[in-house]
Ligand binder design. Sequence first.
Ligand SMILES: [Zn+2]
Ligand SMILES: [Zn+2]
Length: 428
Amino acid sequence: MAEEFDLYEILSITRDASKEDVRKAYRKSALASHPDKVPESEREEAEIKFKSVQEAYDILYDDDKRHLYDTHGMSAFNGSGEPGMGAGPDLDDILEQMFGMGGMGGMGGMPGMGGMGGMPGGQRQKPRRTPNEEQKYEVNLEDLYKGKTVRFASTKNVLCSLCHGKGGKERATAKKCGTCDGHGFREVLQQMGGFLTQSSVPCTTCSGVGSYFSPKDKCKKCKGKKTTEEKKMLEIWIPRGAREGDKIILEGEADQKPDQEPGDIIFHIVEPEHSTFQRAGADLTTTIDVTLAEALTGFSRVVVKHLDGRGIEISHPKTPGNVLSPGQVLKVPGEGMPIKRSDSRGDLYLVVNVQFPDDKWSPSPAVLEKLREMLPKPGPHIEANPVDDVDYDPKGNMEQFGSNDPQGGSAWEDDDDDEPTTAQCATQ
Ligand SMILES: [Zn+2]
Ligand SMILES: [Zn+2]
């Protein structure tokens, strides 16, 4: 509906209007075009006006959406105030939002205003719809972070432009199908697991329609099929902060069929695993490598590249002498994923991995002595007698722990079973 209109014109404001201007203009226009204020005959028109005012406000009051509108126009929103997501707002929701009340209450009575589009009392019969086309759509974390507009070509069946879905020439009339006697389907006997069952199958002669045009009467363009294939450029907008399972709906973009409303194309967002970040809701986490020297003496450098390409710099410590321990977590507030429909963001959790020197490190005895002097001393001496100086494998593997148990199973699993037993004994 808003395709032909300029959102700024709808609210009667200039393109450089401030947010406050947008809000004021919205209240003024919404009240002026309120469907309750016009005679019955103009109500439908008023509702359309009212909804476009609401839509203009939804987009222009939100900085992100306004930017998107300024750069892409309405195509970024595919016909609803919520970019790419679902149907337009319900009139009742709008009323509630504007006046803080649900539905009719206290509005002086608005008979027949319950539904959308001014249909009296919801008597409108829902037209049949062609099936929705659902598909998975993989979006990487970078794009979910920044938001993205995707354009792609889609081939779909549209009503034939020559016969407008009739299938035959202008003056021709379709003949009743003799094979199915005009029913469009036939009863057939099928053998299923030793039983004969009767079932209906679409008639192949008339393709389930019940009638057909003789070859000379068929529409030249669609050859009687009523629809033709058409390539169309579609555009979807992935909002910032979208996540796995979110749906992006292109209303009415599924295949067209005569006498049916076209269904929607629905994309289900799939989020592939990311090489650096893991996501939980709006929070992100990643591991940062820090050398032992850095962990002990501090550092100030970029530790990770964020999803938008920014370097995230950490300066540590804040107070001299504070060291970083392996597994320590640095929580960076507000550096997680954007939260949809808001300006806030989740947090970033940086898990510290201290890289100890490897085999190639060969310090002199003097250096080691210095280090020993500088670093904190071990805890109290363990008193024991006798003392055995033992041999050991410096590359032991905890996966072998318990694996020599003759009863099978590893000690890891036994651990869990043991604990409750011990606890029970202790309470008895
Ligand atoms: Zn037939
Ligand atoms: Zn045709």
